[in-house]
Design a protein around this ligand. Sequence first.
Ligand code: SF4
Ligand code: SF4
Length: 467
Amino acid sequence: MQVQQVKERSKAFVNLFRQHKGMNMELKTFKGGLHPPDNKRWSEKKAIEVCPVAEGDELVIHLSQHIGAPAEACVQKGDKVLKGQVIGTPKGFVSVPIHASTSGEVIAVEPRLDTAGNKTMAVVIKADGKDEWDPNLSGADPDKLMPQELKDRILAAGIVGMGGATFPTHVKLSPPEGKKIDYLILNGVECEPYLTADDRLMQEKPEEVVEGILILKRILGVEKAVIGIEANKPTAIETMQKACEGKGIEVCPLQLKYPQGAEKQLIYAVTGREVPSGGLPMDCGCVVQNVGTAAAVNAAVRRGIPLIERIATVSGSAVAEPKNLLIKIGQPISKLVEFCGGVKGELGKIIQGGPMMGMAAVSMDVPVTRGTSGILLFSEGEVIRAPEGPCVRCGNCVRACPAFIMPTEIAFQMRRGKVDEAEKLNVMDCIECGSCTYICPAQIPLLQFFRQAKSAIRANIAKRKKV
Ligand code: SF4
Ligand code: SF4
């Protein structure tokens, strides 16, 4: 689909939504960004289905599925485990426990391949087919708990950001003393093409999301909570509006634009506030949580259920029947694909997450994690890139960049090995959304340069700290 067609589709959604709601106002959005084809039609109408685990299936559960220190295994080969039982304990404040996602026997505690092709520590469970819960898990009435007790339950359940960032939620809910938070923003944007998991969650389980938001509000002590949802999800908007009535939660319909789901861009779209360069959402009084995280918080507090499963979209041109699935952490990608009718045609690429910010998976054997919002399979013909050409100074990358940096200049400096110059050009503000690379007519792999620059700058900072 051409860019113009995509913009028209976006406008059509917005107009439809306005007519439907009788609104004349402009829908909110952020500055910069672009309109890739959303390709959600393949799975947006598919209700969530459970991807089953059978007796004898092997689940590979990595001990590092979150930002921060990996958990440490607390089970051994030969141990029998129950669903929801802790199999890895957190190491440090920025870390979370890991749980068994089904009952069975631990058949290995050893390094296993992750999505990127690295071998990292994992607990491998052979399912017994009983899916038997740990009887020690129990819920509580959130209204009877203090904010710290609620956070303790969230930590114990291993809750992390479900939009893909996997930042431990208890840390995000613990702003340093002196930081005043007055806004809780819920991310129901799902701006990545193809993905429809959050859309289905909001349509099918709105009360789970709302109850989770009420718990988050209580922890943060905020009055204002707003759910940002793009206008291409009219049913989710309507469903959430009904579920939020009388609960002190507002639903904010947004224009369609990528990367509106990025924290800084969502904060600007919803509140008009700007996160300062190098700063965090809490620097402008905001905390952002994904709608899936809110639902997970509710399950953790009210029912004592740890983060052992999640909703993910399986889609793309090489999937026989795209679906939205409730998956168990540790299932291999191949199992999900098999449940969706298998591969269609010749497989060219597998991506965990969305096509813009997701990660290419090395094989179908790697397991899904707490951050897996989608599995996309693309056919061979779709993944061929034209050869890189010279920069034609079109300025597309600059216009698209939501971080207001100069992609073309930074890439120029990085080609000359000038990391210091890239730093002066604020490369650290790059949110790695890939918009510049997507829009570049010369096919220059701009994002690659920025990732190199950022890791070199971080290494320099670490070196300076050691001296
Ligand atoms: S420079 Fe970074 S933030 Fe800007 S468009 Fe490119 S990837 Fe996105
Ligand atoms: S989009 Fe590509 S060709 Fe255009 S200015 Fe940026 S780097 Fe150059």
